[in-house]
Design a protein around this ligand. Sequence first.
Ligand SMILES: NC(=O)c1ccc[n+]([C@@H]2O[C@H](COP(=O)([O-])OP(=O)(O)OC[C@H]3O[C@@H](n4cnc5c(N)ncnc54)[C@H](OP(=O)(O)O)[C@@H]3O)[C@@H](O)[C@H]2O)c1
Length: 316
Amino acid sequence: MSTEHTMRAISQNVLGGPEVLQEVRLERPAPGPNQVLVRVRAAGVNPTDWKHRATGGFLGDPPFVLGWDVSGVVEATGIGVAAFQPGDEVFGMLPYPYGHGSHAEYVIAPVRALTHKPASIDHTQAGALPLVSLTAWQALVEHADLRPGQRVLIHAAAGGVGHVAVQIAKARGAYVIGTASAGKHDFLREIGVDEAIDYRETDFAEAAKDVDVVLDTLGGETAVRSLRVLRPGGVVVSIIPVGSDEFPEEAARLGVRAVRMLVDADRADLRSLVDLIEQGKLRATVERTFPLSDAAEAHALGDQGRTTGKLVLTVD
Ligand SMILES: NC(=O)c1ccc[n+]([C@@H]2O[C@H](COP(=O)([O-])OP(=O)(O)OC[C@H]3O[C@@H](n4cnc5c(N)ncnc54)[C@H](OP(=O)(O)O)[C@@H]3O)[C@@H](O)[C@H]2O)c1
């Protein structure tokens, strides 16, 4: 294959650890109607990437190219694309879960998954933000209808989802309680957390009371026990979408709401996030960037579950 019509991509033929990821050369796709071909400049790496690498998840058997976050430059547009032109800088989240493939030099995106990248942020920022910010926005704003003055508990507040959820909650005028190990409490305060709980030393269910909204990023027992810190009528939104019936059953018993959700690609939500970015209220902390060819290293680090903010792949 000539390099003119091909692209580098991170693919895998088998499920397994980070070592199954390989840099391969694939045919460069062509955009269909209502699609855009994006030259990828940066793409966040998320837990769903390493979960799919290891288990196949929603995607089944490999080969596949992972990656849902994307920031880059429009290379070509398909029939009927009015919103973008070649050369436009765009970012967004590919439709979850079946639109994956941004851990490559080029990716196809439906028009509705993208919006123009704000000029105030670079591609690394823009590649870090979409999946985690859309998740946090949809959890806190759409499902929980978070209001000024309400008390919100965010589990794993230093992680990818957590650290943007804190900023979104603060932007909506909420009082934010966040959990993290003690070494990350300075970081939590920097991003706006009002009250930090060291989950290794303190039981959050004892420390947090009269909470209106919990963002559960851990699932299992944490989701169920989070219901007990709520005020009557409060809600736990869990982004771990599968788990036992105890979660809804306990919620019904306590007179509170239990919601499980998966993030959904949505341009209107993305534009709400752009507003926050442009107002300086939302910013990703990028712990580390990796060149595309070091994707396996990014997976190995992320897999440890200790990331502060985001890991991002960059493509020259
Ligand atoms: N439903 C959806 O659509 C959706 C969307 C996005 C993410 N998710 C899921 O949500 C989870 C979180 O995603 P993420 O991107 O935020 O992950 P992440 O960035 O890998 O989270 C890392 C953070 O988790 C913290 N942490 C680990 N165990 C903790 C605990 N027991 N209590 C409090 N903090 C803890 C770590 O802090 P310490 O080092 O202090 O422990 C670290 O800062 C993942 O399982 C992901 O798959 C689901």
